[in-house]
Ligand binder design. Structure first.
Ligand SMILES: [Zn+2]
Length: 104
C-alpha cells in the first residue's frame, strides 16, 4: 500500500488549513468546554510538529507556550505590547510568553 505522493509543499498547505480549522473550533469550544479547546490546541501542535509547518503567527497568541491552554484575552489571559514585543500573560499557569513583533 502506497500513499498518494504529496509534495512537502502540499503537505504544509494541508497542515495549515487543518490548523486553521482547529483554532477556529477551539475558539468556538472555549466558552462551552475549555478542555475541548485545549485538546484542539494540542492537535494543532501535533500537526505542526509532524509536518514542520509553523503555526500561523496570529494563532501563536491564542495559546500558552508553557501549558498549551487556549487563551482568550480578558478571560484567561492578558496581552500587552511593549518594546517591540507582545507579552501574553497566561492566567492558567501564571507564566508569560513573549513574541517579537515584526517591523512592518
Ligand atoms: Zn499557561
Amino acid at each position: 500500500m502506497s500513499k498518494p505522493a504529496l509534495s512537502k509543499q502540499q503537505q504544509k498547505l494541508i497542515a495549515l488549513e487543518r490548523m486553521e480549522q482547529l483554532f477556529q473550533e477551539a475558539e468556538q469550544a472555549f466558552s462551552v468546554n475549555k478542555t475541548l479547546a485545549d485538546r484542539y490546541i494540542s492537535l494543532a501542535r501535533k500537526i505542526s510538529m509532524k509536518t514542520k509547518a509553523k503555526i500561523p503567527l496570529k494563532y501563536k497568541r491564542r495559546f500558552c507556550k508553557h501549558c498549551y491552554s487556549y487563551l482568550r484575552p480578558g478571560v484567561n489571559s492578558r496581552i500587552r505590547t511593549g518594546q517591540g514585543k507582545v507579552i501574553i500573560s497566561c492566567f492558567e499557569c501564571k507564566k508569560f510568553t513573549r513574541i517579537p513583533l515584526k517591523k512592518s
